[in-house]
Design a protein around this ligand. Structure first.
Ligand SMILES: Nc1ncnc2c1ncn2[C@@H]1O[C@H](COP(=O)(O)OP(=O)(O)OP(=O)(O)O)[C@@H](O)[C@H]1O
Length: 631
């Protein structure tokens, strides 16, 4: 753990990292953490997907939490000694000689500072546990009883900490020459500061980061909450009323609760650390309106802004996606990476005192990623996806550009027995999380997703990423592909390219400065006819199934409407409208028979793979096809 110590990582975090088996920092962690902790600089960090950027911002936040807690402990101790002195003074009636100005003898530090954290948590544990929300451990699970009660951390509080705490965070206590004065004890409350705010572009990512942070905070007494859309706001309001020190949020819900005047969220301008993860996406024009408003709201408090540390990270901070050529021509000058970074830093309010750590690789994608393509007609993409699925088992994530396309694929691949899961923005949040969980739990998981899953998700051991359609931007290509080949793992990314995709494909290749085309994925064509006939049958079944369901839905609708209007459903006219039930029975029978045929066809094993060719990767190493399926 020596390497971590040199980065000024506090001991309680070190213990947790050790438990996680993170024996040494990754490059982005090693190059950014000391500047954040020791130098208190704003950090702008760009590094490849899966390189550990999450911990690079989590560790500095926890450092701040520990610092604040140490300061609070010191204040309690001072208050205790002040009370002892007061007792002594009143007993000896010699207060005229004292140089300590005691304003309110009733001040009770136990009530205001002491163990409110823990007792709060226990008293409210039923509130947190009773709901069946997926998110039901948002706050309490992040709290440990603080094994480091003596406050003996690596970095003792500085003068600045004490000043900041006195003015901004406690509000009712002033620290003058190390003596605690309490001018307005009647306003002392159990209110706790908001220390860290992490902004994420998607709900799944916010929840994932919370879990990551909880692991790193295993030995720290800290409350961490997520504030995201798609979950009950009432519960989030309740959680916020417990004043979690760290909030991880998506901008929409955060802004909504802030506008309601949430008492904890109004402290946002004086937050000590602000993290904008996936920053280039967050500030993208027209993406998060609420974020702009939030930044405006934070700017109001100029003094706090100067004290605040801002950390921004992404794998694509310096990548520029080229717009449509017509637009580009109109512009006098094309955007260059430095412009993008400057604009982003301006939008977020990065201070001049900053450290930029740009580890973006020349190829743009992760080192351990093998990239390939399959060229095919648009109407054969299903076939090649099916081919890949059958020939290359393993956790596979497929990206498509539209929700309609995803729905269609889910339907067909369900018929083909591939057990697909889906993930897109139109789904209910609980279902989204459930599907992610199922996907992560199955070694052979098959997830069909929109770009909502492209950024940040750290699903263990995703072996393959398939781009059913070529993504529209370079950033999306890098992030989608980055769901595999994470940390030290290998991974394979394959693009299905039809005529429609050529333009986007060319843009990606040129932006990534690739000298060569991506290698062609070697398809074993001898299997194609068998797979084609299975797919054809599945498509027929799917079509019939949809027709059947449509009539059934209509039928149900008519029955319901008829009932509501007190019309007898046996009415001849209605029966004519909804069609003949016997016909539906026949319909259903046909479906059952066709499914039985398909099931039989699917049992037919494909001939063992005979291909033993190799194809080069961008890394120059050779990967056999057999290996490619077993990453
Ligand atoms: N020091 C470390 N040693 C070993 N593994 C680590 C270390 N730091 C992080 N990891 C692991 O590496 C994986 C990727 O980390 P993380 O999700 O932070 O990547 P990222 O850079 O944020 O990726 P993305 O750009 O896709 O969001 C995670 O599973 C994480 O637990």
């Amino acid at each position: 753990m020596e390497a971590w110590k040199n980065l000024f990582v506090p001991n309680p975090v070190l213990w947790a990292l050790k438990d996680e088996g993170f024996m040494s920092p990754t490059t982005i962690q090693a190059l950014s953490i000391p500047h954040a902790i020791r130098d208190r600089l704003d950090i702008v960090g760009a590094a490849e997907t899966g390189s550990g950027k999450t911990l690079a911002f989590c560790v500095p936040i926890l450092h701040h939490v520990l610092n604040v807690q140490t300061v609070q402990d010191a204040l309690i101790e001072q208050t205790h000694s002040l009370q002892d002195t007061q007792k002594y003074i009143s007993q000896n009636e010699t207060d005229s000689d004292s140089n300590i100005d005691i304003l309110q003898p009733e001040f009770n530090p136990e009530e205001d500072w002491g163990d409110s954290d823990n007792s709060d948590e226990e008293n409210n544990s039923d509130e947190i546990d009773d709901s069946d929300d997926v998110d039901n451990d948002d706050v309490d699970s992040g709290v440990d009883n603080g094994s480091d009660e003596d406050g003996d951390y690596d970095n003792p509080p500085t003068e600045e900490d004490i000043e900041e705490l006195g003015e901004n965070e406690v509000g009712c206590v002033r620290v003058v020459h190390n003596i605690v004065l309490d001018p307005t004890p009647q306003t002392v409350n159990t209110d706790k500061p908001l220390i860290g705010l992490i902004l994420e572009p998607t709900r799944e990512l916010a929840i994932q980061v919370k879990n990551h942070l909880l692991k790193a905070a295993k030995y720290i007494n800290v409350k961490i909450a997520t504030v995201v859309g798609g979950m009950a706001p009432q519960k989030q309001r309740r959680i916020l009323s417990q004043c979690p020190e760290i909030i991880i949020a998506t901008p929409g819900r955060l802004w909504e609760l802030l506008q309601e005047g949430d008492q904890h969220l109004i402290k946002i301008p004086s937050v000590k650390v602000l993290v904008v993860d996936e920053a280039d996406r967050m500030v993208e024009k027209g993406h998060f309106e609420e974020l702009t408003k939030l930044f405006e709201f934070m700017k109001d408090n100029h003094e706090a802004r100067l004290k605040r540390q801002t950390l921004v990270f992404s794998a694509t901070l310096t990548m520029i996606h080229k717009g449509p050529s017509r637009k580009m021509k109109k512009k006098k000058k094309a955007l260059i990476p430095d412009d993008k970074l400057d604009l982003l830093m301006y939008q977020i309010g990065i201070k001049d005192k900053k450290k930029i750590v740009d580890l973006t690789t020349k190829t743009g994608t992760a080192e351990n990623l093998t990239e390939a393509r399959i060229n095919c007609p648009k109407d054969e993409k299903d076939l090649y996806l099916y081919y890949f699925r059958r020939q290359y088992p393993g956790r596979t994530l497929v990206f498509a550009n539209s929700k309609d396309c995803l729905r269609r694929l889910v339907s067909i691949f369900t018929e083909l027995g591939c057990k697909p899961l889906s993930l897109h923005a139109d789904m209910h949040q609980k279902q989204r999380l459930k599907n992610l969980e199922k996907f992560s739990a199955s070694n052979d998981g098959f997830l069909l997703a929109s770009d909502v899953a492209a950024r940040g998700l750290d699903i263990p051991n995703v072996q393959h990423v398939i781009h059913y359609q070529v993504p529209r931007t370079i950033e999306n290509y890098v992030h989608r592909s980055g769901r595999t080949a994470r940390a030290t793992k290998e991974g394979l990314s394959v693009m299905l390219i039809s005529q429609d995709d050529v333009r986007n494909y060319r843009k990606i290749i040129s932006t990534l400065n690739r000298d060569e085309e991506l290698p062609v994925f070697p398809v074993e064509y001898q299997y194609i006819p068998t797979l084609k006939s299975q797919l054809r049958l599945a498509l027929e079944i799917d079509k019939l199934h949809h027709r059947f369901m449509k009539v059934k839905r209509q039928n149900d609708w008519f029955s319901k409407a008829a009932e509501e209007m007190e019309i007898d459903i046996k009415d001849e006219k209605l029966l004519v409208d909804i069609g003949d039930n016997e016909e539906q029975r026949q319909h259903a029978k046909k479906l059952v028979n066709m499914r039985a045929d398909l099931l039989q066809a699917l049992k037919q094993p494909l001939a063992p793979r005979t291909f033993s060719g190799k194809y080069p990767t961008k890394m120059g190493k050779l990967v056999t096809l057999h290996d490619a399926g077993k990453y």
